[in-house]
Design a protein around this ligand. Sequence first.
Ligand code: PLP
Length: 469
Amino acid sequence: MKNNYKELIEQTYNFPQEGFDLQKDRLHFNGIDLKKILDNYRTPLRISYLPKIREQIQKARNLFYQAFKKYDYAGSYEYCYCTKCCHFSYVIKTALKESVSLETSSSYDIDLILKLYEHGALSKDATILHNGIKTEEYLEKIRLLQNLDFERTVIILDSVQELERINNQKLEKPIKIGLRLSIDEEPQAAYYTSRLGINKQELLKLVKDKIQTNEFLELHMIHFFVDSGINDNLYYWGEFKKALQLYIQIKQLVPSLQALNIGGGFPIRNSLGFEYDYEYVVDEIVRNIKEACVQACVSEPDIYTEFGKYTVGESGAVIFSVIEQKQQNGTELWYIIDNSLMNTIPDSWSINEKFILLPINKWENDYKRIHIGGISCDNSDYYNSEQLNQQILLPTFDDKGGEDPLYIGFFHTGAYQEAISGYGGIKHCLIPSPRQIVVDKDEHGNLIDYLYCDEQSVSNMLSILGYDD
Ligand SMILES: Cc1ncc(COP(=O)(O)O)c(C=O)c1O
């Protein structure tokens, strides 16, 4: 007996599930009737669902507060949003309405901070962490921010040389600094120690020789970030414990030290079968810190996180129409979509990132194993691996005309995709950036949507390329 696509999904996963359900053969994403959106705006399009950002922030905060209560934890929890993950104003402003702190990564980020201030979205008492490699220009702008009385800024040093550059600025009043510890990479990595941050020996020397003795430097924070994410595995907990021990060692030398910043890396759902026990992981983080501090007789630090992908990833989706089916041999059927995957979800081909892939319509149809290809001429512009035994199964459909096309969506794409591919600009094969729709809720809880930006125009692209008349 052959089942249809709907039965396949219902039998393979726990479906419907948070954020995804089916109503009259049409997929709803967080309550949004996607077919209705497509009828209004057409594909290809990106959707940003802002309430999800608020939910994620509240969820993480609740988990930390619960664990604080359980372990009688005296420090505070600071949720920072790292701007590099998605810079769009509607995203950052949504996060700021939840009173998050911000983390910056480069010089232009400071201009973005000043704009947010000008727009009334950010006040001068917001906590701002300056991470990333500090070029002269970046440091000058941080200084400007400090001179404008943004008082809760912390410069997190990425190298010993950065301290020299700061000292060259001839400080007039004390500034708060943090130190980023470089982590050891996983065994399969191409190098052993991350280039980001300062290694443990140098870091300790820096504290003793240059920081403790400088009255203008107030060491406030130790930071580390495990790039592969906060995973419940030996590698993560090993790096975590090394950083925690270093925090304690330095806290015993420098009483002003008060914060442990564990960086980003909270995962998001990248498949319908995704499982991750957020509550357990947060509990373990708090328990480990509390126990180590009690044992060493130091006060427990304020815990900072810089969740990027977790904050915004699940709020995003990108939706395409299948414009053509190509049976290239007896077994390989291609669905060609109306944009490029390399351009719109670059993480899928560059770092093999997975996203939730679902059709928007035709759930009652049979399904077939297919490959998905973009319209650029690049060989790698395709997506072919899903959870279902490394194959993509999607509904069959008749493309002989008359019927709606098959619409397919990649979900939870809200983080990094535009930051990496760029939004607008010049794209592979001159394929334009899709139109962008924002969905929010009004004060009565009703969904509202608006067009943030239409599909990139040909004149915009040609102008960048120097073809203005
Ligand atoms: C220093 C730092 N903090 C936070 C993040 C955010 O990581 P994620 O999006 O995985 O939460 C990054 C990502 O590169 C980072 O470099």
